[in-house]
Design a protein around this ligand. Sequence first.
Ligand code: DCP
Ligand code: MG
Length: 581
Amino acid sequence: MVPEAQRIFTGLSLYFFPNSDANKVRKRRIEKAKEYGAVWTKVWSNNVTHVIVDNKMTYQEVTKFLKLDTLPPEIIVVNETYLFDCISYHNLLDPKARYYEVPGMPTSSTVVEVAKLLPSELSSLNSSLPLKPAKNDIQILDTPSASVESGDVHQGQNDPAQDNLLSPANGTPNEPENISFGYNDELSAIMKESQSLKHIPVDLEDEDDTASLANSESDSDDDSKGNPSTKPKKSWQENFQCMDKHDGANTDANPNSETIEILQQMSEFYDRIRDQWRTLAYRKAIASLKKQSQRVIFQEDAVKLPFVGHRIAAKIEEIALTRGLRRLDNAKLDPHDQVLQMFMKIYGVGISQASQWVQQGYRTLKDLEKSAKLSTNQKIGIAHYDDLQLRIPRAEVEHHGAVVRDALRQMDPEFQVTVGGSYRRGALSSGDVDLIITRPGADARSLNISAIGTLVPKLESAGFLVAALAKTSKDTGSKWHGCSKLPTSDVWRRIDLLLVPWDEMGAALIYFTGNDIFNRSIRLLASKKGMRLNQRGLFKDVMRGPGRVKVTDGILLEGRNEKRIFEILGVPWRPPEHRIC
Ligand code: DCP
Ligand code: MG
């Protein structure tokens, strides 16, 4: 058996279908499951937790064999791929993801049924069902949520998120996780899929979006991984991978086998969603990595390999480092890991900077302050470390928003300030204050002049903005990241001012409301439908060349109206508080 800490199947009683190990492949699967802690139940009983069905079998064959109309709802039924994926990802994945479905299985209509129940009926259901009464789901679906067109958006009391969600009594201090909210549409299917893969560093940012922070004027975003590719030019023979001899079957012996395994999963993921460019990009990168005799850990080394651009190189580093660290058994008990976690919570510090410090022997924040070479932002992050770890109560988030709104309205009463991020999703506390700022008719340039040029100095001298951390100014809008504090408190909070041109407000609201998995899902949905969604708008007919390089921006379908974007995508509107994956 694998070491105890890795036994992800502990407590599971598996019933295979067919439930015999006469077949060699199934036998191996059963053995593998047992190695990871599962019990193989040879005779059908109440103890069975999971039924693992061979890929060619149907749900009806299972029930017929067991002489049951349907399997009890608490028993999880998945196809044979499930166990393998869980082992690969070192995690119990969401069994409801579409690709673990057994043919003929009753659909997830139970979710819809739940939405129809009365609150009184709900209470008798399993506690893992919605924390929020289903009735609210229905009401909210019909409630026009504030949008740009309706004037000022989400100012505290008017925020529908405020009173309909998450009573603290349920013991969850913040947002609930993984709740279906009664939707049963294309988007919810993708959300489930994304949710089960959320620990995998797949990102769907467009090139132009992710570049923004890397180009930032910040002096400290050390982990922004924005190094331009320094890939040397190769002859066409070198670039033509099939000319090179390599033994793809020998992955286990490869020093990069773990990284390859995850990249493989990502390539399969993209394949499943028919994103052929990314599938190809990952396949090429995998082929390249398979040929390496050394372990590739850092982005700057990875990017030098043929067919590895800096985005995949960044993934390779992330996978190599996190997997490597996770492999240290009982990561939580490992003091280095705890130090690492602590360092990673410093503003602007990611895994590569944090692990570098650990390797250099630093163990405390004091060590860093005393002897490490620190950027200005890191110094701020360390000096205000405790403050910046604290969640910000909802009322205080609102208060920070009001200070900025008042200051802007003194300059021009037409300014609109929407508190976005987790606040807009209804969370009772937030990690930072995300303020989305716009003005009817305004473009990026005018917002930049008025909001950043005038507002920031004004709020700095008022003592509200206490540190400037990063700034990006682009044709498509600007961001200002810093810290703020209320006059009545000494606690510094992280605040982001997001300047959004009027015409892009709908798309920006989607992006800055999140959550990130939701964003990933809705972008996937757009891409499946041949469209492209980014923080500026929903586009069609985007032309891409080799390597997914964007040739044209495509035709803008909608940018201004958040609801219209959902409409064009063909899915029901989801109020912000239902965008939690
Ligand atoms: N976002 C995203 N992908 C990222 C980072 C952010 O899609 N990698 C979007 C979705 C987020 C929003 O931006 O909801 C704001 O980012 P935050 O990091 O502030 O996240 P939240 O506001 O959701 O959570 P928190 O309470 O931690 O601030
Ligand atoms: Mg936030």
